[in-house]
Design a binder for this molecule. Structure first.
Ligand SMILES: *Cc1c(COP(=O)(O)O)cnc(C)c1O
Length: 423
């Protein structure tokens, strides 16, 4: 099988039964770099990006699509640098993310600035940087963009992010297109702006943007959204938009729920994009990053609580907030193969919050203090959401690449945690 079509799973057991990233045992990485530790597979990031690219070449041929990796999923400079080297574009939602792309050597001409509330400074930064387009989310922001472009003496390329007001059928915190969502413009407001371009003389309306939510499994959602935005298409200068940004949100597989295979997704939406004829923009984050990373953590203690078995580990919600924030379920495995009776346990962190757990009712071979656990599918919205809550220094990040391992971010120290504070 070629790497293009089917990247092999990044974390697999080797012949000795030890969990490894590519061919490097997780045990060795934990010994070398300590825990908690984020481990990423370079081959998985590349392989998944290439698989998406191959699907685009097949289903969007001739439309010159841009795959703009959603930086917020995993924003480490070392990851961005490697994706940039593959020719990837980027979707950024803040000035900070834009500066990350620039620092990593990413192509700002293939970078899109999105986000529900951009400051004037962020709009000017994006104009100065010459980003590919700015996705606008309110009439007020459109006026501010017009003013910023005037100050900068440039013409801003703007896409309107519209809210098609459909039910994306995902976790409420992952939905961005419900009727009362804070994201995007209502269709009527988008129509009003497109019908009066003379009100925004320093803005060129280049396209529309949709981002329906995250962990979406059903391509029909896009079909429904395309139907709702269809009446807007003819309002663009020249009778059609230049770009159509379909957002991200492609689901990964979780438990018995399968992924939304990008090939299948593009088979469904490809013909619709073809009919519009605009340059498609895709903004995948999770689908590329999540299976490409794991969080390693060591068991500190085990105890009983009202009939439950509690496994206290050295990673916590400050390292991986997804279980607490979204009720996310991550596979958790013991790194070593051990012959012990399986036992249902709750894996919890040391943070002083009842919400601080990494997995509940997980069956593992009776975990013992000192055991190394791997929390899988943690490459997206893992480290990028980490904080120093409870004054815990943030974890290190390491990349396995070509048989070696590269430190992408050193473990923080107490001095890092209090940097910037004044006594
Ligand atoms: C977060 C986000 C994405 C990426 O979503 P995934 O579910 O990680 O693919 C894409 N576009 C926008 C505008 C976003 O905010």
């Amino acid at each position: 099988m070629s790497e293009d079509r089917a990247p092999s799973a990044a974390f697999v057991r080797n012949a000795a039964g030890s969990l490894a990233c590519e061919s490097t045992e997780l045990r060795a990485l934990a010994e070398r770099h300590g825990t908690p530790l984020y481990v990423y597979s370079a081959a998985s990031f590349r392989g998944r990006y290439r698989r998406l690219g191959a699907a685009c070449r097949e289903h969007l041929a001739g439309l010159d699509p841009i795959v703009a990796y959603s930086v917020k999923a995993c924003s480490s400079l070392g990851i961005l640098k490697r994706l940039a080297a593959e020719g990837c574009g980027f979707d950024v939602v803040s000035g900070g993310e834009l500066l990350r792309v620039a620092r990593a050597g990413g192509d700002l001409g293939k970078t899109i600035l999105a986000g529900v509330g951009k400051t004037d400074a962020e709009l000017e930064l994006a104009l100065e940087a010459g980003v590919f387009q700015i996705n606008v989310e309110s009439a007020g922001e459109l006026a501010r963009l017009d003013a910023a472009a005037k100050r900068r003496r440039v013409r801003a390329r703007a896409a309107l992010r519209v809210n098609p007001a459909i039910d994306p059928k995902t976790h409420p915190h992952l939905a961005t297109s419900a009727p009362t969502s804070k994201f995007g413009l209502e269709l009527d407001d988008a129509r009003g702006a497109l019908a009066a371009p003379e009100r925004f003389p320093n803005v060129e309306f280049v396209g529309l943007h949709l981002h329906l939510g995250s962990m979406l499994r059903d391509a029909h959602l896009w079909e429904e959204a395309f139907e709702r935005i269809a009446p807007l298409l003819a309002l663009f200068p020249g009778g059609s938009p230049k770009t159509l940004d379909v957002g991200g949100g492609i689901a990964i597989g979780v438990g018995s729920e399968p992924e939304l295979a990008p090939e299948k997704w593009l088979t469904r939406i490809g013909p619709l994009l073809r009919r519009v004829g605009a340059r498609p923009i895709l903004e995948p984050g999770r689908w590329i990053a999540a299976p490409s990373g794991a969080l390693l953590t060591r068991v500190l203690d085990v105890k009983n609580a009202g009939g439950r078995r509690i496994v206290v580990v050295d990673a916590a919600m400050n390292d991986l907030i997804r279980p607490a924030l979204y009720g996310a379920v991550h596979p958790i495995e013991l790194a070593a193969r051990v012959e012990r009776a399986p036992r249902a346990v709750d894996v919890v962190g040391p943070v002083c919050e009842s919400g601080d757990f990494l997995g509940k009712n997980i069956t593992l071979p009776d975990p013992q203090p000192g055991d190394l656990l791997a929390i899988l599918d943690a490459g997206a919205y893992g480290f990028s959401m980490a904080s120093t809550y409870n004054s815990r220094p943030r974890a290190a990040e390491v990349l396995v690449e070509k048989g070696g391992d590269v430190l992408l971010r050193r473990r923080e120290t107490f001095d890092d945690v209090v940097r910037g504070e004044l006594l």
